[in-house]
Write a new protein. Structure first.
Ligand code: OAD
Length: 247
């Protein structure tokens, strides 16, 4: 694979690695990426049209159902060798793992301290809550509503047009500015501010390695583009830890 040896050398020499992942890292687990065509019932919908507050206010039942469908889909799949490779890297040295994914697969693989820029699919929060919202009731086919004020429950993800969680964004930007190598895995690099993080790392002197089987908007920011699937590529990027010797 062109660039692999150079990437391995840079990673081995780096003291402080910043990893940014996107939907492509979960593709081999069976989670469709955002910009792949959706399947089945959802084929007719554009995720960008469902993932917004506007869409939720207009069609709460439809959008809630879409998130329930995604929760079921993600709950039924497993982390793949790319997620596991990042757990193995953490066993060798600390690094910062920032994800745009809401699927929780890094955490299920065993990664700790994951910075989730776009929230989590399995979390809920209130839309226009009264501040005392606690218990909710759901009528069939509808999202739950607060028993006190009737506020809608909504998924705890970042929708189009919304700000990123402030602490996650701050920590991600800080880590990008202070890393000495940036590894980008499985993102189209089209959605900001996340897509700006590799550029930020580069401005601060870090080389950037992109892993993606397709061209992406971040290729122009990269020093090395590894044109490969994450599950095949990541396990090759750092050698496995030798087993501890007995006695
Ligand atoms: P996209 O769906 O935009 O891009 C997925 C990328 O993964 C593409 O560049 C694919 O080529 C690449 N890819 C596919 N299979 C791969 C594999 N096996 N290994 C490595 N790469 C692979 O997903 P994101 O870039 O994550 O935001 O999308 C960014 C954000 O847009 C998402 O977090 C979401 C969405 O709107 C919010 O929900 C706020």
């Amino acid at each position: 694979m062109p660039g692999l040896e150079e990437a391995r050398r840079l990673i081995a020499a780096a003291g402080n690695i910043f990893v940014l992942t996107g939907a492509g890292i979960s593709a081999e687990s069976g989670v469709p990426t955002f910009r792949d065509a959706m399947t089945g019932l959802w084929q007719q919908f554009d995720p960008e049209e469902l993932a917004s507050e506007d869409a939720y206010r207009r069609q709460p039942a439809l959008v809630w159902e879409w998130y329930l469908h995604r929760r079921e889909l993600v709950a039924a799949v497993h982390p793949n060798p790319a997620h596991h490779a990042l757990v193995a890297l953490a066993a060798q040295r600390p690094f910062t793992l920032v994800t745009q994914n809401v699927d929780g697969l890094h955490q299920r693989a065993g990664s700790a301290g994951v910075i989730e820029l776009h929230g989590n699919l399995f979390a809920n929060k209130w839309l226009d809550g009264c501040g005392r919202c606690n218990e909710a009731t759901a009528l069939p086919g509808m999202p739950p509503r607060c028993n006190l004020c009737g506020a809608l429950m909504r998924p705890g993800v970042v929708w189009f047009g919304e700000d990123l969680p402030r602490v996650a964004r701050y920590r991600a930007e800080h880590a990008a500015q202070h890393c000495d190598l940036c590894l980008v895995v499985g993102t189209s690099g089209l959605v900001y501010p996340a897509a700006g993080l590799p550029g930020l790392a580069r401005e601060h002197g870090a080389p950037v390695i992109v892993v993606n089987p397709q061209p992406s908007a971040l290729d122009q920011t990269a020093d090395i583009v590894l044109s490969a699937a994450a599950g095949a590529c990541l396990p090759l990027l750092w050698p496995p830890q030798p087993a501890p010797s007995a006695g």
